[in-house]
Design a protein around this ligand. Structure first.
Ligand SMILES: Cc1cc2nc3c(=O)[nH]c(=O)nc-3n(C[C@H](O)[C@H](O)[C@H](O)COP(=O)(O)OP(=O)(O)OC[C@H]3O[C@@H](n4cnc5c(N)ncnc54)[C@H](O)[C@@H]3O)c2cc1C
Ligand code: FES
Length: 371
């Protein structure tokens, strides 16, 4: 389990009636652990008297280059949701919250590239971090398509108009209000994107908006490697590894050991899939410019667990197949996943797999984390 840390809230700003930005202080000794890139997210442990912890991911709206002693997330209330309402109702300056270090792959590789940013509702949060950072530290043009229910629900409305006024040659913001124009259709999104096929696209918003936007980009044959999406879903599990989780993990190990002894009860629990290859597997993983090679993966644990056992700091967040922080592109061989809630058919066809859910299908596996 990754180490969690308790951060203190410095400031809470009500952005709209139902969205709050929460700024946390980063003490000097955690500066390295909390270094992040624009578009990444924080995983927070919202206290719950039902489950102990409700783990949820929230994207940074702040720019990593602005002030390394503080980070800001922006949380929009979900109707009938638990964690988002708890955060908006309870956090104030001086409150503390347990969090995991930054994670995520929804982040531009090149801040100088031209960017097409498609946001719906709270999906503006990572888009804001990318915009603030690219304007201050990049050189490309940025166009934002930002869809909202109505004028009152536009988060960061004033700052976006100020940024557009300050950078007229680089930033264009196109607001789309459902109350005025109706929901944007696939055709309208396709028309918007058609002139920007050479941009890097980042899309984040409610599921129907994302579906429409991604379908529009696919229709335009927008290259897969420049098409990025961040799905906002609630984690089902608890990556904080508290006592209850540790006990559950122990129980699962016990059960797995029983299975090995022939005490198998099909359908009970959610065991890791049986290894598809008998012998030890050779694995090569490219990560952050390094190549790691091993030849003794027995295929029983996941790629993420195997790399961690070798001391490789492979990225992850939920460990549940729900967030894509651990995504790899397969360069040789193949992997099978136990569970996948985030990758679509195109991702799978492109050889993208979730490291936290993957076991080998072939005796040689080569992957990259920078695909
Ligand atoms: C990578 C990523 C980035 C994200 N970034 C953002 C962002 O920047 N801004 C943003 O607003 N959202 C963001 N999200 C979405 C966010 O993580 C949550 O999914 C969202 O806030 C809804 O959570 P919720 O608990 O309020 O609602 P729900 O998840 O809909 O709440 C209902 C769930 O909570 C459970 N529940 C109800 N009561 C309790 C209780 N007392 N204790 C424990 N569980 C309970 C229910 O069983 C049910 O499963 C992001 C998600 C991801 C994956
Ligand atoms: S760590 Fe979230 S999908 Fe693998």
């Amino acid at each position: 389990m990754e180490t969690s840390h308790v951060l203190e809230v410095l400031d809470v700003v009500e952005e709209t009636a139902d969205a709050h930005s929460v700024t946390f202080a980063i003490p000097d000794d955690l500066a390295e652990a909390f270094r992040y890139t624009p578009g990444q997210f924080l995983t927070v442990a919202v206290p719950s008297d039902q489950t102990g912890v409700a783990a949820r991911c929230y994207s940074f709206s702040s720019s990593p280059h602005a002030d390394p002693t503080r980070v800001t997330i922006t949380v929009k209330r979900t109707a009938d949701g638990y964690a988002s309402n708890w955060i908006c109702d309870n956090l104030k300056p001086g409150s503390t919250l347990r969090v995991l270090p930054p994670s995520g792959i929804f982040t531009p590789k090149d801040l100088d590239a031209d960017l097409m940013l498609l946001a719906g509702g709270s999906g503006i949060t990572p888009i804001m971090s990318i915009t603030r950072t690219a304007l201050a530290h990049g050189t490309g043009r940025i166009v934002i398509f930002y869809a909202n229910r109505d004028e009152n629900s536009v988060i960061f409305a004033r700052e976006l108009s100020e940024l557009a006024a300050a950078h007229p040659d680089r930033l264009q913001v196109v607001h789309w209000l459902e109350s005025v124009q109706g929901l944007p259709t696939q055709e309208q999104l396709r028309a918007f994107a058609a002139d920007r096929l050479d941009h890097d696209a980042f899309c984040c918003g409610p599921a129907p908006f994302m579906k429409m936007a991604m379908a529009a980009l696919k229709e335009l044959e927008f290259p897969r490697e420049r098409r990025h999406q961040e799905k906002f879903i609630s984690l089902g599990g608890n990556p904080f590894g508290d006592i209850a989780e540790a006990e559950q993990a122990e129980a699962e190990i016990d059960a797995a050991e029983h299975d090995e002894l022939g005490d198998d009860e099909p359908g009970s629990g959610d065991p890791a899939p049986a290894p598809a290859v008998a012998g030890p597997v050779k694995v090569e993983a490219e990560l952050d410019g390094e190549t790691y090679s091993f030849d003794d993966w027995d295929g029983r644990c996941t790629l993420l667990e195997f790399l961690e056992s070798k001391g490789v700091k492979a990225p992850f967040s939920c460990r549940e197949g729900e967030c894509s922080a651990c995504a790899v592109a397969v360069l040789e061989g193949d992997l099978q996943m136990a569970h996948n809630d985030v990758l679509d058919d195109d991702d799978l066809a492109d050889g993208i797999r979730l490291g936290c859910q993957s076991t080998p299908l072939t005796e040689v596996v080569r992957v990259t984390y920078s695909g």
